[in-house]
Design a protein around this ligand. Structure first.
Ligand SMILES: [Zn+2]
Length: 237
């Protein structure tokens, strides 16, 4: 029965590839591949929501500003992209739930939007990435945000950090901290719709550039770091 033998062999191969710790190609669990190009789907994650307000400072609430920017990014991306909002209103989604939603879209990128909390002197946007396949998108976002953020000096800028939403999804994924609500200048700007629109346009422009150009022009890619998925007990999720 050569056919049965063939099927048996094929099923063994399938089993072997499922149990392999590093799945190459589009579903590497480490993101150890070049950045994406030609993608048309963007998962836009407004951080926090519902019972989780995120940062609160100077009369501003992170979950509200994040949702506002997320919706603006969706409209700035326009018809050329399919934008999927992780949440459309004020409800809470677990971080692992956000990862699960992102994983339903194998040819997408994930951009998580937040506002920062820290020392009152720290100001300006920061963009977090962990994986090799997310570096160029993060760099493009940070560069474009820096161009519209007047109080960018003194922060870490582009930051490599293993978080739930920069490590665990199967798709390229970054987390953007749009500004410090604890800083007087940042708070004044972030509280205005005009500035949030500038932030959103900068993020949308970076997404469009990444889709058009891939990693081109972003310099050498960082080496992959084969770290396990980020868990709730990690320092910062
Ligand atoms: Zn946040």
């Amino acid at each position: 029965m050569p056919l049965l033998r063939l099927l048996f062999a094929l099923s063994l191969i399938a089993l072997a590839s499922c149990s392999s710790p590093v799945r190459r190609g589009s579903h590497s669990t480490y993101g150890d591949r070049p950045g994406p190009q030609g993608f048309r789907t963007v998962i836009i994650d407004a951080g926090h929501g519902g019972r989780d307000s995120g940062a609160r400072a100077r009369g501003l609430v992170e979950k509200q500003l994040a949702l506002d920017v997320a919706k603006r990014v969706r409209s700035d991306l326009g018809m050329g992209f399919k934008s999927v909002l992780m949440r459309e209103n004020d409800h809470f989604v677990e971080l692992d739930g956000r990862v699960a939603v992102a994983n339903r879209y194998p040819d997408a990128v994930l951009v998580s939007i937040h506002f920062n909390y820290g020392h009152r002197r720290r100001a300006g946007p920061e963009t977090y990435y962990w994986r090799t396949d997310s570096y160029a998108l993060a760099k493009r976002v940070q560069q474009n945000l820096s161009a519209v953020a007047p109080y960018e000096s003194g922060n870490a800028g582009l930051v490599r950090r293993r978080l739930r939403l920069t490590r665990n999804p199967t798709i390229p994924c970054i987390l953007v901290e749009c500004g410090y609500l604890t800083n007087a200048n940042d708070a004044r700007l972030c509280g205005t719709a005009a500035y949030r629109e500038k932030l959103a346009q900068a993020i949308a422009k970076a997404i469009r550039s990444q889709s058009a150009l891939g990693d081109a022009g972003m310099g050498p890619l960082p080496r992959p770091i084969y770290a396990p998925p980020s868990r709730a007990g990690d320092a910062r999720g």
